[in-house]
Write a protein that binds this ligand. Structure first.
Ligand code: LIP
Length: 270
């Protein structure tokens, strides 16, 4: 089997993403033991950023700049490096900041690397579960945890009535109310809903078949990039609610046999 330069690059990017996701996750997980630290707000009073978000982004960005100085880097907490290499990074230094701040599990460090064709390598590290979710475009998705390393596979669900569906809500109270109203209109037609607090982790749970689908509106590109590649490489279908390409503004990821029926439910409840 011949190994192409693209394969070599993808492996390099994946190794960097995986290593940094764990380093940042361990750093802030240990630091959190000493308290929530300094907290500021962003778009609304509940959209928070901690000193740990910033420390995590600083660790990741400094390491990428050192390893690959020509790459573009976008981070949730403000990094905006333009690049010349054709490779770009999307970083969510703590996805699920509210969970992190309140001492709840289920937050993650999410790192994606992309080329001109889209996301090529993805890493989502969940310190509270010591679970590492990774994917390389075209090479499948993997979970690595205390039980070892194994491939991720989407669920085989086809009927919404039996589907466990994850979702999330925005920080703006009016938008959150509209999104909750949509859930109230469709909850009777699915098995149940889960609101776990971090998009990248919801996407990885979908990739692992732990939930049958996940949908949300109003994400940041850093929330979506890594988890969507992992879900797609695990066999999920991803898109917007009309079946077009997934985008941060509107994403639905589901078991392939469930996608169309669930998309219809979500559209009709909107
Ligand atoms: C979070 C998302 C989650 C959404 C939360 C929040 P953050 O990102 O991952 O899906 O429901 O409201 O936006 O702000 O914790 O990085």
């Amino acid at each position: 089997m011949s190994i192409s330069p693209t394969d070599v690059l993808a492996s390099e990017l994946s190794a960097i993403a995986n290593s940094l996701a764990v380093r940042a996750g361990v750093l802030i997980s240990e630091a959190r033991q000493s308290g929530a630290g300094l907290v500021d707000t962003k778009s609304t009073a509940t959209d928070m950023v901690t000193e740990y978000d910033r420390a995590s982004e600083r660790l990741i960005v400094d390491a990428i700049r050192a390893a690959r100085p020509g790459d573009a880097i976008i981070g949730e907490e403000g990094t905006a490096d333009t690049g010349t290499s054709g490779v770009s990074w999307l970083i969510d230094p703590i996805d699920g900041t509210t969970n992190f701040l309140f001492g709840l599990p289920g937050w993650a460090v999410s790192i994606a690397a992309a080329d001109a064709a889209g996301t090529v390598a993805a890493a989502v590290y969940v310190p509270s579960a010591q679970e590492m979710f990774t994917a390389i475009r075209g090479a499948g998705a993997i979970i690595e945890d205390r039980f070892g390393r194994r491939p991720l596979r989407a669920s085989s669900a086809t009927d919404p009535a039996g589907a466990l569906v994850a979702t999330g809500f925005g920080y703006d109270p009016i938008r959150r109310t509209e999104q909750a109203t949509r859930v109230a209109r469709l909850i009777h037609a699915v098995r149940d809903i889960r609101r776990l607090g971090a998009a990248s982790v919801d996407l990885c749970h979908t990739a692992a078949g732990r939930v049958d689908a996940y949908f949300e509106e109003g994400l940041g590109p850093w929330d979506l990039a890594a988890g969507e590649l992992i879900a797609r490489e695990a066999g999920c279908r991803s898109g917007d609610f009309a079946g077009g390409p997934a985008r941060p503004a509107e994403v639905l990821v589901a078991a392939p046999g469930l996608f169309d029926a669930l998309a219809s439910l979500v559209r009709n409840a909107s």
